[in-house]
Design a protein around this ligand. Structure first.
Ligand SMILES: [Zn+2]
Length: 154
């Protein structure tokens, strides 16, 4: 869950941003709700509406939507490049020479994949990367996005 993967301040700010970027909607009356209660049925059990996207209960889907729409997922080459810079030696096979990570990728693709995944998982445990809606993002990118867009950031 996103609220467990992020520190509480970041999550709360994303939540505020999601409320700011969506509208309260009464599905029963099929109308927008200004304030807490529907002007027709007086219900406070309202959904969130994101125009052009949809209307659902809850706020997590709004958070996922605005992140997918506004933030750039982790570069696919990022883990490879970081690990390559940790293992700078090259390997020579006959007359061809490879950097170590590229050699492992060719010789043992499974071990290669595991190494990349473990590297990214480590950064997730460290709260530097977070998975949102199936994509990985830098937490720092989400925080810059919050800072640029959230009104009334303290
Ligand atoms: Zn209503």
């Amino acid at each position: 869950m996103l609220n467990e993967a992020l520190n509480s301040e970041t999550y709360e700010n994303l939540e505020k941003l999601a409320y700011q970027m969506s509208k309260s909607f009464c599905y029963g009356c099929y109308q927008e709700v200004k304030g807490k209660y529907c002007s027709s049925c007086h219900s406070d059990d309202n959904m969130r509406l994101v125009e052009g996207v949809g209307v659902e209960y809850g706020i997590e889907w709004v958070i996922e939507h605005i992140i997918a729409d506004n933030c750039k997922p982790l570069d696919e080459d990022f883990a490879h490049d970081s690990l390559a810079s940790c293992y700078e030696e090259t390997v020579k096979i006959g007359w061809i020479e490879y950097d170590l990570m590229s050699a492992i990728k060719i010789l043992d693709p499974i071990s290669y994949r595991i190494a990349l995944d473990e590297y990214v998982d480590g950064l997730k445990e460290d709260h530097q990367i977070v998975e949102v809606g199936g994509e990985d993002y830098w937490v720092s990118d989400l925080e810059s996005f919050i800072e640029e867009n959230l009104e009334e950031v303290a």
